[in-house]
Design a protein around this ligand. Sequence first.
Ligand SMILES: *[C@@H]1O[C@H](CO)[C@@H](O)[C@H](O)[C@H]1NC(C)=O
Ligand SMILES: *[C@@H]1O[C@H](CO)[C@@H](O)[C@H](O)[C@H]1NC(C)=O
Ligand SMILES: *[C@@H]1O[C@H](CO)[C@@H](O)[C@H](O)[C@H]1NC(C)=O
Ligand SMILES: *[C@@H]1O[C@H](CO)[C@@H](O)[C@H](O)[C@H]1NC(C)=O
Ligand SMILES: *[C@@H]1O[C@H](CO)[C@@H](O)[C@H](O)[C@H]1NC(C)=O
Length: 700
Amino acid sequence: IKMWWLLLLGAAASRCLHEETQKSVRLLRPPFPQMSTHFRSSILPLPGSPEPQPLRIQTHYTRGPVPSEARDLDGEARALAAVKETTRRIQGILAVLPVRGPLLLSRDPAQYCHAVWGDPDTPNYHRCSLLNPGYKGESCLGVKIPDAHLRGYSLWPEHGLPQLIQPDGPGVQNTDFLLYVRVAHTSRCHREPSVIAYAACCQLDSEDRPLAGTIVYCAQHLSSPSLGHDDIVMATLHELLHALGFSGQLFKMWRDCPSGLSARENCSTRKQVTRRDEGGQLLLTTPAVSRSLAKHLGVPGTSLGVPLEEEQGSLSSHWESRLLQGSIMTAAFDGAQHTRLDPITLAAFEDSGWYQVNHSAAEELLWGQGSGPDFGLVSTCRNGSSDFFCTGSGLGCHYLHLDKGRCSSDPMLEGCRMYKPSANGSECWKESGLHTRAENPRGEIYHMHSRCFLGNLTSQVLSKDKTSQSSAAPLYLEEGPTGCCYLHQCTHKGAYEVQVKGSPWIPCLPGKAVQIPGYHGLLYCPQGRLCLSEGVSVATSQPMSFTTQDLVFQLSLRLTGTLGHSLGKGQREELAEVVLEALVIRAGTSRCYFYSPSITTSLVFTVSMWKPSGCQGPSTAMLHRTLTLILQKKPLQVHHGEAIFTTEYSKLQTSLDHSSSVAELLLYTGFCLLLLILLGALGTLAYQKRARLQVEPSTT
Ligand SMILES: *[C@@H]1O[C@H](CO)[C@@H](O)[C@H](O)[C@H]1NC(C)=O
Ligand SMILES: *[C@@H]1O[C@H](CO)[C@@H](O)[C@H](O)[C@H]1NC(C)=O
Ligand SMILES: *[C@@H]1O[C@H](CO)[C@@H](O)[C@H](O)[C@H]1NC(C)=O
Ligand SMILES: *[C@@H]1O[C@H](CO)[C@@H](O)[C@H](O)[C@H]1NC(C)=O
Ligand SMILES: *[C@@H]1O[C@H](CO)[C@@H](O)[C@H](O)[C@H]1NC(C)=O
């Protein structure tokens, strides 16, 4: 089996040509015991019930006959570092019944033997009668296997004892899989210049579990700066997973072990692993992958086969990329950043019957999550039923929101389109010199914590004469929504805030559009894409550029209500609007100061306050102070449906230093409450002092 793992450099997808070259390697299995004089029990387990142990992969690096001056020591080091990391990672994921004693590989009789005895009546029937004089030893995908790793072989007379030509080697201790590694400029690397590496499995054990394989790195890529260590590790992982069993040629050898790995006697070879559905789509139908896909798509209990990518009618060794975009085992690869070792791929290894799988090592696959059984079909990907796909060729965001993207297709998407990172500098998370240009009407920020957001934000074209601002018709950069890079920080699971150049942090309600102080237009907050893990990341500080006059306040009010039950998300959004309305009326001011009202489940109402240009009235600080005093004197009462809510106490928060930890944030809240008490005496001076501590002079 040969596997190709192609990476078209730059942001474009790569292709794996596994099927094309698959047939050229002969898979060797250990000889049957009765046919070998040199049979050792190294492959079969000893009696007793062994327990699965982490897969021990031994790597053997072969330099090959390359003249030393042509060697790329740096590239070799990069490849070996990636192999080391990958094998260590796999060890935490896959366990096998350990090979007892040294691992010894088989020789191919078709290679060393020219003829065998053909008379069934002779005792040495079918044994080697004539050696192949040209026998050069065994190799695995071009790598010569050392005699030390191999069984010996003999020449047999018609009757009687054999003549030992080569004894068994010592074998390799403490090893369940032997991986030969080669870094070279092979003819395949020349023919397919975008191939980084390719791999093959060469030997199986008596239960068909892969025992040995080779990975070949195309040397020219290892010195390419566009390929990071993580990319090489991911390419290695992909190849190694092929060699360990994720392969069209090996699927049909997978085993069904209903009593677990340890009960080998109860395992049997799976009869049927693939089928075609009504639409002609090839599916892998083994139980664990089907369950895992059903769970992923949010339809647990249904039995879905997992679609496989088909290439030119040959065996398929990849997931269909329309359905499992971003999985390590799709044929397309567009960099480690966008690739996940997903649960469905791990389920496949469980289905192989050779491995016990640590499923907690799986990485979340976002693509298609919870999208239902019709997701990813050629017939539905263009009808707008899923926002993972797009139509046209506009600009937007790649689904992971790390990159801006253009709506486009590739041969494996079969006409479906998605936002693919394409243009140079589309990575929001990369702070590169590309983005330091002066005009930035959309207020983009490229930063490690930046993500792509769809929106049509634009700062008004600046008019030097501030007094004429409100009368003159504002000039906008009129364009449709597009993907832009803005800073984000997670507040808790599924919740986050965004920051646009010069703006405060604004809570971004997933699935909603928010306004940003200082900008016209809207920013759309993606749902189910950002801040999905429990950990809360606090973005590092970003240079701010607003003046004290622009200072942002946050007003938080606790509500007490007559409500007997907790409010749903939609109800809370409604209630937030009602509270804000009442607040605006009470303050006798304009709505233009207030942004992104929200209410938590524990009934804390929060709204950001900021005075954009064109908003008539007092300064934000003044308004904030007025509101606080008003609310202290007389609580706000709002009616919502049957219920009545009253504000309990109020607190205020100025915008905080963004590098502050959550603990500091709580401290500031306390500090701000204290400020409130002093407020009458100090007036706005207190705010301004506080403000000057954390903002930098405006740059414009
Ligand atoms: C299983 O995977 C998790 C996550 O990678 C890891 O922390 C844990 O140690 C693994 N368990 C074993 C037994 O290797
Ligand atoms: C193998 O299967 C048989 C019949 O289902 C069962 O009785 C036996 O306990 C199984 N063996 C092991 C080791 O689980
Ligand atoms: C898209 O097609 C699917 C399947 O035919 C259908 O269930 C769904 O309602 C369609 N969606 C839209 C928005 O047309
Ligand atoms: C991308 O930008 C880099 C740095 O400016 C440049 O060297 C490279 O040629 C660009 N690539 C493309 C495809 O435009
Ligand atoms: C932004 O988009 C919204 C909705 O599509 C539209 O109502 C608004 O006019 C747009 N604003 C700008 C500044 O383009």
